[in-house]
Design a protein. Structure first.
Length: 303
């Protein structure tokens, strides 16, 4: 039985292309285009929203250093940081304490990518607490993105440097114009795949690239036309490709409810409804978030 993930890091890897197509309304279209879109105004909001507003980020290999340049002292330090992070991330005060500690460590060991992605992670966690408190977190997230980007540029084989740069790319695109959002989306895909090249057993990265592939696969022809007009090219994927990513994530974390939901969505898109129902029947929705529970319940009614 699939249950909600009890110890996974709850965070938000924001939709990389959020509102891309909504901001495309000013692009000139023919009358035939408008006719095709008139009965699907809500669908116009799709726009490659490849990452959910709430995603469970699995712990994966946070405590293992994949960087070839990581010495034993640094590895022990990072393991201590990750152990403390599991508790400190839960409260705003804990985030502030962890942020102060990591900032001091980063200042003492500048240009250390193993510390930089962890610093960007706790800045991200703190921003989520501030978001729930109704505060403006744009500056915090852009600062975290800057640190994550520098850490990624200095990294030599560290999967989490790539992954957290990707997550911050996604979470800050809401502050950008359409063309920059599209650019960030493509860079997001590249960074997650670089992370997987180094650590192919990270369920978080597999799920995120699965979400990217799933949303890209659902682009309508007129949406693709607008994206091509704005950017010159359109990302390519398929529901079968997305399914393979989700299945690989499930092999590593079979209790991840949201991942199971997207396995079912891919199977439905491929016309394999009986298989989709079997996957959904595995899910124990008790304890899951209300929005996720509602999605699963509604999907099961349609099968």
């Amino acid at each position: 039985v699939v249950s909600t993930q009890s110890t996974g890091t709850k965070t938000r890897a924001h939709a990389m292309y959020g509102d891309v197509m909504r901001s495309s309304r000013d692009v000139t279209r023919t009358s035939r285009d408008r006719a095709s879109e008139s009965d699907s105004e809500e669908d116009f909001q799709l726009a490659l929203e490849s990452i959910p507003s709430q995603s469970i980020i699995a712990q994966g290999t946070d405590s293992s250093c994949t960087d070839r340049q990581c010495d034993s002292d640094l590895l022990a330090l990072c393991q201590g940081i990750d152990k403390d992070h599991d508790t400190l991330k839960l409260t705003e005060q804990g985030c502030e304490q962890a942020l102060a500690n990591l900032t001091q460590l980063n200042d003492g060991r500048p240009d250390t990518p193993q510390l930089m992605w962890r610093l960007s992670r706790i800045m991200f966690d703190k921003a989520k607490h501030n978001t729930r408190a109704g505060l403006d977190v744009k500056g915090e997230l852009l600062d975290a993105l800057t640190i994550a980007k520098k850490g990624e540029s200095l990294s030599e084989g560290n999967s989490k440097s790539h992954l957290w740069y990707a997550i911050l790319l996604g979470d800050t695109c809401k502050y950008d114009d359409t063309r920059v959002k599209l650019t960030k989306g493509l860079e997001f895909e590249r960074q997650v795949k670089l992370s997987l090249d180094i650590d192919p057993y990270n369920s978080t990265a597999l799920h995120l690239i699965g979400r990217y592939s799933f949303e890209v696969s659902g682009i309508k022809w007129w949406e693709a036309k607008i994206a091509a007009t704005l950017f010159g090219s359109v990302p390519q994927s398929s529901y079968d490709e997305a399914l393979q990513y989700f299945l690989r994530a499930d092999e590593l974390n079979s209790e991840w409810v949201e991942n199971t939901l997207f396995i079912a969505k891919c199977l439905i898109a491929l016309g394999r409804n009986n298989e989709a129902k079997s996957w959904l029947d595995r899910v124990d929705i008790q304890g899951t978030e209300n929005e996720l529970r509602a999605q699963i319940t509604e999907l099961k009614k349609k099968l």
